[in-house]
Design a protein around this ligand. Structure first.
Ligand code: NAD
Ligand code: ZN
Length: 340
């Protein structure tokens, strides 16, 4: 496979996600198609990794990571746009991980009430998830992703050459999201070349986003493994990375679905096998307690009527509300524990 092109059909906001080695070279054509006069490229990566967009441009370098994914950094980005004299005829490009695509997407949405943005995600997690679907957000000191808007990009270029420098832990982080795709409609991706796994994950996300752009229903499916995952990230003070937490949450989702009689033992085992295949963690850290995890899961955005999970079942994954806390506690207590 050379380049995969995955359409995201959203009426007049439709765009394509291109995946493959070297696709950053497509940037000038993409920028020409959008028809902007000049662009601001915002990145946390070395400037050599920024492709020439083919129109006059400036490179704005900002720090990445959760601690910098703030309103303050978005203001800094917007100030740089103003300094470069971006107008409504111009555009924005992001080059970086998910914290960069989230912040730059938001800055693009806000500046002059909305400029076109093209994302060049450079982590596996950003390529399979963060850069696609139009959600943008930054953190407040009291919580993650609390301030954001929906702002679809004009194009996403997932250049897999960027991933060559990715540290092991960032691979794990991205594979956590790929693993959960197995249970929400992507089918078995194990053993496929990386580009195809990314393309399949993006195709799945695109189909869900197309059906439910604003997260009113079906988009919940993308939260497979995430109810426990988010709680675990918090309970471990973010020592457990998002993708790792989602992996453990996926194993848990299999066990919980089994305990509720929604799936059989073999399907529950498949959860563990898929997560293990990607070299992802399977065990809860020994120092997070069940009560704390349940308390955190009560705060989950999906938990409007009791503990709520996306769970596998006879007709595939679906949102299950009002799950009994004693059942959740029993399944959590029975999870294998690691010493870390
Ligand atoms: N908008 C959405 O729909 C959506 C979906 C999923 C996740 N997210 C967000 O994405 C963020 C996580 O993204 P992330 O995991 O990419 O985090 P990140 O942006 O912090 O990047 C992780 C690390 O990888 C480094 N890095 C980036 N590209 C690299 C490369 N090519 N080589 C080596 N190192 C590189 C970064 O400097 C950083 O240290 C979270 O804030 C999350 O909320 C958003
Ligand atoms: Zn996730």
């Amino acid at each position: 496979m050379d380049t995969a092109v995955v359409p995201v059909p959203l009426g007049d906001r439709s765009y394509a996600v291109e995946i493959g080695p070297g696709v950053r070279a497509r940037l000038p054509e993409v920028v020409a198609e959008i028809g902007v006069r000049k662009v601001a490229v915002v990145t946390s990566r070395p400037v050599e990794e920024v492709p020439d967009p083919g129109v006059p441009y400036t490179v704005v370098t900002v720090p990445d990571g959760e601690e910098h994914k703030t309103v303050a950094t978005v203001e800094r980005i917007c100030l740089a746009f103003a300094e470069f004299g971006l107008t409504r005829l111009d555009g924005v490009v992001s080059v970086g991980g998910g914290t960069i695509t989230d912040m730059v997407g938001l800055a693009a949405a806000l500046f002059h009430r909305g400029l076109p943005v093209v994302h060049l995600p450079t982590t596996l997690l950003a390529q399979v998830d963060a850069s696609v679907g139009g959600k943008t957000a930054v953190n407040l000191s009291c919580g993650k992703n609390l301030v954001g808007v929906y702002w679809q990009p004009q194009s996403v270029l997932c250049d897999t050459d960027y991933l060559r420098t990715l540290p092991d832990r960032e691979w794990t982080n991205g594979y956590g999201e790929i693993a959960r795709c197995h249970f929400i409609g992507a089918g078995d991706l194990r053993g496929l070349p990386l580009e195809e796994q990314i393309a399949a994950s993006v195709r799945l996300k695109a189909s869900i986003v197309t059906a439910d752009e604003r997260d009113d229903g079906l988009r919940h499916l993308l939260n497979y493994g995430h109810t426990l995952g988010h709680a675990l990230e918090h309970a471990s003070d973010f020592r457990v990375r998002h993708g790792e937490a989602v992996a453990i949450g996926t194993v848990f989702a299999g066990r919980l679905a089994r305990a509720l009689g929604r799936i059989d033992d073999a399907r529950a085992d498949e959860h563990r096998e898929v997560v293990a295949h990607y070299g992802l963690p399977l065990e809860l850290p020994s120092d997070v307690d069940t009560e704390r995890l349940i308390a955190l899961m009560r705060l989950d955005k999906k938990a409007m009527s009791g503990l709520t999970f996306v769970l596998d079942g006879p007709s595939g994954a679906e949102l299950v509300t009002g799950v009994r806390e004693d059942v959740v506690a029993t399944v959590l207590d029975a999870m294998p524990r690691s010493g870390r």
